[in-house]
Design a protein around this ligand. Structure first.
Ligand SMILES: NC(=O)c1ccc[n+]([C@@H]2O[C@H](COP(=O)([O-])OP(=O)(O)OC[C@H]3O[C@@H](n4cnc5c(N)ncnc54)[C@H](OP(=O)(O)O)[C@@H]3O)[C@@H](O)[C@H]2O)c1
Length: 353
């Protein structure tokens, strides 16, 4: 276990680039001197959460998988009782792109149900004051009307390729709701769209759509290949959110008096895969043609989140896709460029979630 003391949480200037506009009156939870557990702190969103909390004055509790396997119920219970966190950002989960989800559905369902049950029930038993659970936009039905409001949950069929993962996340949302209703626990869930940013997973098979296209654009540029092949026809739309924006929204929701048990947290607009691919080509310096493999699936055509609830709290995102993707590419170059191959022929799935 690592315990890290950070500096005082400045309410007036706590947002990304100082752009949050919530009022002091809205803040019910001050983190100064409080124990805050961030599960999955080594992952993309978890490490953004650590960055976001650095100025909060909290004692950040961070447990790597080696120190505490979240699948081990007894270990999680013991750890919670011994460490008594007041706030929990539950971020840790088994995460992957469409290929990983399609080939490992049993792992996604079993591991995420187990991890969530251990953390959420353990948090209740250890008397945690407030918990925030991170779900996913794949929990919404494929036929939900756009933009998708929170009450669309459980109203229709799910995307078959990621159904196991989606069901595990729906169970997490319902578990938080059930503990709220039965025990009065202040457990809240959020639904983000596609995330990207520093620390993303650029694995050739297991990455999400943005990381996948970015890696292949880089590889195509390095190999001098004239074409970058993207799966599908380029028309499906995706809403992207930078992880630093999401982490700041999570800190915001944790600090304020959240009226609802579920909040969509998106950027408020979406873009066609073809637009996203163009921006990625620009930031990576790939100057060849972007071709679309129409024989490959498009995936869900659109899943834009309705941001009304979180906006009414006073939160808004601060990082544009162009700036965010340029930063993501710098992070990719720093961490992965040497190991990335130069084979750009395999194409990139647009259907990733
Ligand atoms: N990425 C997206 O586009 C996206 C979109 C919507 C929602 N989300 C949700 O956001 C959260 C974070 O996603 P991410 O992209 O940041 O994922 P990530 O980079 O893969 O991070 C996941 C973290 O969970 C940890 N973890 C997994 N199983 C564990 C276990 N048994 N014990 C302890 N730690 C375990 C991992 O530890 P190791 O480092 O040891 O592997 C890792 O640190 C997840 O709940 C995900 O479902 C992500």
């Amino acid at each position: 276990m690592l315990v890290n003391e950070a500096s005082f949480f400045s309410v007036e200037n706590s947002g990304c680039n100082g752009q949050f506009n919530y009022q002091v009156d809205d803040v019910v939870n001050d983190f100064k001197g409080k124990k805050v557990w961030i599960t999955g702190h080594r992952g993309m969103l978890g490490s953004a959460m650590v960055r976001s909390m650095a100025d909060s004055g909290a004692y950040l509790l961070m447990t790597s998988r080696v120190e505490l396997d979240l699948l081990d119920r007894d270990a999680v219970m013991d750890w919670l009782h011994a460490n008594q966190p007041e706030f929990v950002f539950h971020i840790g989960a088994k995460v992957g792109g469409i290929f990983a989800n399609a080939t490992l559905p049993a792992d996604f369902l079993f591991e995420n149900l187990s991890i969530q049950s251990n953390v959420i029930d353990g948090a209740y038993r250890a008397g945690v004051r407030k918990l925030l659970f991170v779900a996913s936009n794949c929990t919404y039905p494929t036929n939900a009307s756009q933009p998708i409001a929170e009450d669309a949950l459980l109203t229709g069929p799910l995307d078959g390729n990621i159904r196991a993962y989606a069901v595990s996340k729906i169970a997490g949302i319902e578990m938080c709701r059930a503990y709220r209703r039965q025990h009065g626990s202040d457990f809240v869930s959020i639904i983000p769209p596609n995330l990207y940013g520093p620390g993303d997973n650029y694995h050739p098979q297991h990455s999400h759509v943005v990381a996948g296209i970015l890696r292949r654009a880089h590889e195509a540029k390095m190999a001098g290949v004239k074409e970058l092949v993207v799966w599908g026809d380029g028309t499906p739309r995706r809403e992207l959110l930078h992880v630093d924006d999401l982490a700041n929204a999570m800190k915001f929701i944790m600090a304020t008096d959240a009226e609802h048990d579920l909040y969509n947290v998106g950027c408020g607009h979406d873009m066609a895969i073809s637009q996203i691919a163009s921006i990625i080509a620009e930031v990576t310096g790939f100057t060849g043609a972007i071709e679309y493999d129409h024989s490959k699936p498009n995936g869900t055509m659109r899943k834009l989140l309705d941001n009304t609830r979180v906006s009414s709290l006073g939160w808004k995102p601060a990082i544009s896709e162009r700036d965010g993707l340029a930063g993501a590419y710098r992070d990719f170059l720093a961490r992965h460029a040497a190991e990335a191959g130069t084979d750009a022929s395999a194409g990139t799935a647009a259907g990733g979630h």
